[in-house]
Design a protein around this ligand. Structure first.
Ligand code: PLP
Length: 430
């Protein structure tokens, strides 16, 4: 369907644009489908919401709050900023993102309204209508939402649960064709909580180099890895492949509502050159940049947030993952996969063990109805027969959720039903 005016202008006939009609967030419709009443006798525990602030147990450091208070009080940030951001704020991001392998130029930083907006700009600048981008499966749904809205199709490459969610590189390579505009790599991963090794990242870069495809690196969980694991940014490992890396304050600084994200253009061979740089600049003018109050605070946030704060958050996340992993591991019919970072854990549901449920969506719906525990079904991440747990909820709630999941699974496990069935068959034979 197109928007060509087919009627005369003698009456109201207003229709949504193609972009509006093509834009669709799969999580919304899947969750709407699940909506059932939780058990009124049990308090709801939502392990579904990827917002670490909602329970009040994880708060930003006081340095972060003070930086914003000062920014507001200064009255210096009430006006418009340049659409790519104030230079001091971009410089702060450049310093924060530079390391022994990589030196980021402030000119290569574009501030955006959250990481979602950064991803939107990257996909929009690289991919034309009719082209395709490669995205991970399981993966965060926003890539699909953004791309399909633009008329860009998505092709999913598989992550391998048995290899700690590494990318199936043959699968990825086999999906690249002349219309592939970019590969999206999300590391550490939502929903998997996986963290790629240096070697795996090098292998990914080799595929991108071999086929000359740029990478959009969603690194919103950068540095959020458990002790003993090391985080490498893709850009720190490549001299050749052009990479647009996207990050922001949202997850590591525990302020999703502040809407501060950024793009860093990594292009050591000048492959993206003026065209893409100018394109990003132009696109940033559509919404004239990110919130100026947070821009004013950004240098202090990035410089003054103490290491203690980051370490404390990671310790909590790791303790929570261990606790819920140990609980779920003992549940018949479920198999958790221990994360190495981020804020999530994927759990495999052996649906054959639960014959009453015909899908993981059904499983999750009954879990909500009977135990008032809500987890997102794998379908939300294009990955049926799994569910994703958010591990940022307070530890007592997590423990309670774990034991309710345990009870639920015991009650519905096939072995249990078999016993019941034998019972009724023997009743019939009497
Ligand atoms: C949360 C999240 C984002 C979005 O971050 P915002 O800054 O809130 O827009 C992007 N990518 C992944 C993988 C996320 O989990």
């Amino acid at each position: 369907m197109s928007n060509i005016v087919t009627t005369s202008r003698d009456r109201w006939d207003i229709r949504a644009s193609d972009i509006a009609r093509r834009t669709h967030n799969p999580i919304r419709s899947i969750v709407e489908n699940i909506v059932v009443e939780p058990n009124p006798n049990k308090e709801l525990i939502a392990l579904s919401i990827g917002d670490p602030t909602i329970f009040g147990n994880l708060k930003p450091a006081k340095e972060i709050i003070e930086a914003v208070q000062e920014s507001v009080a200064s009255q210096a940030y009430n006006g418009y900023a340049p659409s790519t951001g104030y230079m001091e704020a971009r410089e702060a991001v450049a310093t924060y993102s530079s390391n022994e392998f990589i030196n980021v130029d402030p000119q290569d930083v574009i501030l955006c309204s959250g990481c979602s907006c950064a991803l939107d700009l990257c996909i929009t600048v690289l991919a034309r209508e009719g082209q395709n981008i490669l995205i991970p499966r399981p993966g965060f749904s926003i890539y699909r939402t953004l791309a399909e809205g633009l008329g860009v199709s998505v092709r999913s490459y598989n992550l391998l649960p048995e290899l700690a969610w590494e990318i199936d590189l043959d699968d990825m390579a086999s999906q690249i064709d002349e219309k592939t505009a970019a590969i999206v790599i999300n590391n550490p991963s939502n929903p998997c909580g996986s963290v790629f090794s240096r070697n795996h990242l090098l292998d990914i870069l080799q595929v991108a180099a071999r086929f000359h495809v740029p990478i959009i690196a969603d690194e919103i969980y950068e540095h959020m890895v458990f002790p003993g694991r090391t985080y490498y940014s893709l850009a720190s490992l490549s001299n050749e492949v052009p990479i647009l890396s996207c990050s922001g304050l949202t997850k590591r600084f525990l302020v999703p509502g502040w809407r501060m994200g950024w793009i860093i253009i990594h292009d050591r061979q000048n492959i993206l050159d003026k065209e893409i740089r100018q394109g990003l600049q132009r696109l940033s003018q559509r919404i004239i940049g990110s919130n100026t109050i947070v821009q004013g605070a950004l240098p202090k946030i990035l410089q003054n947030t103490p290491q203690r704060f980051y370490d404390d958050t990671i310790t909590i996340l790791q303790n929570h993952s261990k606790l819920i992993y140990d609980l779920i591991e003992k549940v018949p019919g479920l198999k958790p996969i221990m994360p190495d970072g981020a804020m999530y854990m994927m759990v495999c549901i052996d649906l054959e063990s639960f014959p009453e449920f015909n899908s993981e969506v059904d499983f999750v719906r009954h879990l909500l109805m009977e135990e008032s525990v809500f987890c997102l079904p794998g379908e939300c991440f294009d990955y049926p027969s799994y569910m994703r747990l958010v591990i940022t909820v307070p530890i007592d709630m997590l423990e309670e959720a774990g034991s309710r999941i345990y009870e639920f699974c015991l009650r519905h496990h096939a072995k249990n039903t078999e016993k019941l069935m034998k019972h009724s068959i023997s009743d019939l034979l009497k």
